[in-house]
Ligand binder design. Sequence first.
Ligand SMILES: Nc1nc2c(c(=O)[nH]1)N[C@H]1C(S)=C(S)[C@@H](COP(=O)(O)OP(=O)(O)OC[C@H]3O[C@@H](n4cnc5c(N)ncnc54)[C@H](O)[C@@H]3O)O[C@H]1N2
Ligand code: MOO
Length: 407
Amino acid sequence: MLDRRNPITLEEAQAKLAALPVYRRTEEISIDQANHRILAEDVHATYDYPNFRRSGYDGYAIRSEDDQDYPKIFKVRGEIQAGATFDGDLGENETARIMTGAFVPDNAGKVIMLEQTRAVPDQPEQVKIMVTGKNDNITPAGSEFKQGDLLIAAGTELNPGGLSLLSAFGQSKVLVYRQPRVALITTGTELLHQCEQPQPGKIFNSNGPMIANLVKESGAILTEEIQLQDDYELLKSNLKRLRASNDVVITDGGVSVGDFDYLAEAARNSDELLFNKLKLRPGSVTTAFVDQNTLVMALSGNPGACFTGFYLFTEPVLRRYVDQASKSQKVTAILEKPYHKTNGYDKVLRGTYRLAADGRYYVQLNGSDRSGDLGNLQSTTCLFKIPHSHEPIALNAEVETWLLPFK
Ligand SMILES: Nc1nc2c(c(=O)[nH]1)N[C@H]1C(S)=C(S)[C@@H](COP(=O)(O)OP(=O)(O)OC[C@H]3O[C@@H](n4cnc5c(N)ncnc54)[C@H](O)[C@@H]3O)O[C@H]1N2
Ligand code: MOO
């Protein structure tokens, strides 16, 4: 039976996925594990920072009132190492030898750099200060943060710099969004594992490794990856099993109208079919449905369509679980090489782009526009849209472009 479908536009499909309720969970994790994780709450300074007056140089701490009449001999009251404190006050023309980062005595007003001093022969308890400088070389307490200041806002992707800031406040744990759990099913009786020998009529499963890596690049946890023959019962039982413990199940292949396109059947029988036909090439059969509160993203088996479908529909959804926008940067670019083909559907093609000296992005097709081709997947840096039309798009037309988040 030929299956009649209601095609919707790329934008309508993206809007349906953007409106889908997602359940965001949080977890407290060690700061050692938090690079690239998304902070789920604002983090504030728990005390003033620095929390003591700190010397910026190795040298001698003196009182402000003694900072005159150079050269002058001072009595050295002691030595303050970084990490130590100093009890009591400096007296008139008294000084303390001090190290960079060390606690400055409460009544000291300046640190004279070591280079501006000389030892006094045979007088280890004395130092001669030759000249003074205009800076006091003391970092005041609370000069960078006051207690309660915002350190990092919720929704920020933590990076090594941010983790260092949190560590400076002694924080060992952070509250972050849980990464979505994603399972991957590639389907097709024609698929071989990489460990198998080539066979007539069969192909190696190349979309599996691509999607698996894209899932991880998108900040999700790939919980399981399986490859299934075209078998409806097998598909149903695995979908049911994987739904139970994942936020999203991604499938690949079997969504068209072929006799063995069982994903199409699973979508029709689901709790909520979001879409199963797009006014879009490649990837017109890209399908999304919800079963038992789990989203199933059914990507096309054609490698080019699978790649495009992941970036346009799947990556933005995965980011929503951690309250992030897609990492594809949407820009307007100028089409700088002719593209003559026309289509009744919008096309989203694999391209390369450059940012020119005029500040504008320029884009061109990266080799092939065919859905079944995969030779350009490594070198594609953007996707761009050719709107549906009976006329070829004009050279230098402005086209919607997604700069892909390669790392
Ligand atoms: N009568 C019609 N036939 C087709 C239509 C249509 O509208 N009417 N749509 C065509 C379009 S457009 C596409 S795209 C494909 C989509 O098919 P599926 O998404 O159902 O994918 P399959 O049929 O399973 O496979 C398509 C193609 O991709 C290869 N493939 C599948 N899985 C993998 C993988 N893991 N790694 C590498 N390559 C894979 C598969 O061998 C096929 O060559 O349907 C058209 N047909
Ligand atoms: O939908 Mo298919 O346009 O060839 O990828």
